[in-house]
Design a protein around this ligand. Structure first.
Ligand SMILES: NC(=O)c1ccc[n+]([C@@H]2O[C@H](COP(=O)([O-])OP(=O)(O)OC[C@H]3O[C@@H](n4cnc5c(N)ncnc54)[C@H](OP(=O)(O)O)[C@@H]3O)[C@@H](O)[C@H]2O)c1
Length: 246
């Protein structure tokens, strides 16, 4: 699980941990804490900047050298990116987000797929976003790279379904996490700075009084990881009420 240190990733670890014998948890600014009072046999934790090809390579070498149970599930939850007006989009930031959202996902899938295919079992979930499904101003880097991730998931799903490896996407919108709150505040500032009306609230697309929480997204990820899911593949499970229909 990448992005395991906070927010949606941390909630997902809490949700799935009791059905996991071993966990490999990846964070960026610090290695995630191993879950407390967990009955599994071991959690490995890593601190990796997944934007950086060199750091990724060293992490992948460690994964290849590890002696443990075969890895049967992979969740790519690491993500980042703030809204920006197009004139302020830095090409380096765009490339970094592509590395983090897409290249890291594809490379880690490349490493994990041979054993999954050999064993005839694997579950892969990438955390996408509502952003490419409901394109809006100031979202070029984030939405474009999440769109590429979603397409990578769909292509990969078609490629490996015959080996009983199921690959899916979960696309949340407006989740109450550090990243979600900071992104929404910054987006509102950008609209205000340009004197444009802020995008409509999503409240009407959710049950009354309800916001999307990290636990809601974790539940969707766990559902797709479950070995009892034997046919859902290439799907994008949107966790944002009815917002995508509007
Ligand atoms: N919140 C929303 O509204 C929302 C909506 C749609 C999609 N998403 C997606 O959901 C996923 C989780 O986001 P969140 O809302 O839970 O945000 P969060 O609380 O900020 O968590 C982001 C996670 O990604 C990790 N990460 C960030 N940059 C990284 C890097 N360069 N290398 C490795 N790991 C990195 C972070 O590690 P550190 O803790 O060490 O920094 C953290 O574990 C992301 O893919 C995000 O794009 C979120």
């Amino acid at each position: 699980m990448t992005g395991a240190s906070r927010g949606i990733g941390q909630a997902t670890v809490g949700k799935i941990r009791d059905s996991c014998e071993q966990l490999i948890l990846v964070g960026h600014t610090k290695a995630p804490a191993a879950p407390v009072s967990w009955t599994g046999s071991g959690a490995e934790t890593y601190q990796v900047d997944l934007r950086d090809p060199g750091e990724r390579l060293r992490f992948r070498e460690k994964l290849a050298a590890r002696e443990g149970l075969p890895i049967t599930g992979f969740v790519h939850c690491a993500g980042s990116g703030m809204p920006a007006a197009v004139e302020d989009v830095d090409a380096r930031v765009l490339r970094d987000l592509f590395e983090l959202h897409v290249v890291a996902f594809v490379e880690l899938a490349q490493d994990l797929l041979p054993a999954m295919r050999h064993n005839g079992f694997g579950r892969i979930v990438a955390v996408g976003s509502l952003a490419p499904l409901r394109p809006r101003s100031f979202m070029v880097p984030y939405a474009a790279t999440k769109a590429a991730l979603r397409t990578a998931v769909q292509c990969l799903a078609a490629e490996v379904i015959g080996d009983s490896v199921l690959v899916n996407c979960v696309s949340p919108g407006g989740v109450d996490t550090d990243l979600g709150r900071a992104g929404r505040e910054h987006l509102a500032e950008l609209f205000e700075r340009q004197g444009r009306p802020a995008p409509p609230s999503r409240q009407g697309d959710l049950p009354r009084g309800r916001a999307v929480g990290a636990a809601d997204v974790a539940r969707a990820i766990a559902f797709l990881l479950d070995p009892e899911n034997e046919v859902l593949a290439g799907q994008d499970l949107v966790v944002a009420g009815t917002h995508v229909m509007r």
